[in-house]
Ligand binder design. Structure first.
Ligand SMILES: Cc1cc2nc3c(=O)[nH]c(=O)nc-3n(C[C@H](O)[C@H](O)[C@H](O)COP(=O)(O)O)c2cc1C
Length: 345
């Protein structure tokens, strides 16, 4: 097998990207790596393969310790820099925000996650060395969507459409569609099986005791962030989503303002990072019905990993994304939705 074919084949394997750092008498050193892999949970072990010819390999072997910083979708420039692809940058660490791990290795302060490791084994791996590190400390400073590398290109996760959509429908009690909706698998908002609240920031959340009590009573706990797609509120919205997750919400929603229409780009930006923070809870979205791009935003939300939408029934006289519009969209996209006899007729 010729080397070129081998490289082309390896390029078809997508990976995340990290920066491996170490420190020693010569100071700090770091390089980009995609050969990171998890190895063992107990004891906690990870591995990374470094080319034997690289200064990084020698330094890491001598230091006996290293740290790994996982790069986020907006950090391809850091990946390039630590791969030596930006020749004008001589100090790879310059101008970036670094923290120091307990082992004394530098980690990116805004990495998606980092691991602090002590070299447990160094195995020969052809022209590379396989370093196995015992993880002594780990953190997730900035949970956002990861940076990817595939076919010699930097990329991001392009989420597929969901297999199905789940709907929570706003309609007045006694509405003729209610039974059909329930039979079709949709949730009727007025049924009151949820403890639902809205907040515009991490302050003003219900107490943890209130949430525990609601769960004990068999309610699904749903926390909503209002005005979630205002570009000026991005950091606050993501912090609020994290706070709702820490509070133990079963479902965490992002609601569009009825006054300021959200752009599809902003919906994508917010949801891509919010969904990472919401899981394993369920991400939800409540879009405005008056936004002319409402269905585009619904599609963007689906592509960002959201399958749970709040909609309003026809004639319900409420603001929000109309039920029949969302059903129409999901049918066009061949995404399964509730089967509603009355709406089919
Ligand atoms: C996306 C990407 C992934 C890489 N992964 C690895 C890797 O896993 N192991 C390795 O030895 N080199 C890898 N490299 C190459 C090193 O980053 C590059 O050779 C770097 O300059 C090494 O730093 P040093 O010369 O200071 O030791 C990768 C490069 C890129 C762009």
């Amino acid at each position: 097998m010729d080397g070129q074919t081998f490289r082309t084949v390896l390029g078809q394997w997508p990976s995340g990207v990290c920066v491996v750092t170490t420190t020693g008498p010569q100071g700090v050193h770091g390089m980009t790596a995609s050969s990171f892999s998890s190895v063992s949970l107990d004891p906690p072990l990870v591995s990374v393969c470094l080319g034997n010819h690289l200064p990084s390999r020698a330094l890491l072997g001598e230091a006996g310790k290293f740290a790994i910083s996982f790069l986020g979708k907006d950090q391809a420039h850091i990946g390039r820099r630590f791969a030596g692809q930006v020749p004008e940058i001589t100090d790879r660490f310059a101008g970036l925000d670094w923290a120091t791990t307990p082992n004394g290795c530098p980690v990116l302060a805004d990495a998606v996650a980092w691991l602090d490791c002590r070299v447990a084994h160094a195995y020969p791996g052809g022209d590379h060395t396989i370093f196995v590190g015992e993880v002594t400390e780990a953190a997730t400073p900035r949970l956002i969507s990861p940076l990817l590398f595939h076919s010699r290109n930097w990329g991001q996760v392009a989420d597929p459409l969901p297999a199905s959509v789940q709907l929570t429908v706003d309609l007045p009690a006694g509405h003729p569609l209610a039974d059909d909706l329930r039979r079709g698998g949709a949730r009727v908002r007025t049924d009151g099986r949820c403890f639902e609240f809205v907040t515009d920031g991490p302050a003003g959340l219900p107490s943890p005791e209130r949430v525990v009590a609601a769960k004990r009573a068999g309610h699904t706990v749903v926390g909503y962030v209002t005005d979630a797609f205002d570009p000026r509120r991005e950091d606050e919205v993501l912090a609020t989503v994290s706070a709702l997750n820490a509070l133990g919400c079963d479902e965490i929603g992002c609601a569009e303002s009825e006054l300021t229409p959200a752009s599809p780009l902003q919906v994508r930006r917010v949801l891509q990072d919010a969904v990472v923070r919401v899981r394993p809870a369920t991400p939800r979205v409540r879009l405005s019905g008056s936004n002319r791009l409402a269905l585009v935003n619904a599609l963007v939300a689906m592509k960002s990993g959201v399958s749970h939408f709040d909609v309003v029934a026809p004639g319900a006289g409420r603001a929000g994304l109309p039920l029949d519009d969302l059903l129409h969209l999901s049918r066009q996209l061949e995404v399964a939705g509730p089967d509603l006899a009355q709406l089919r007729e």
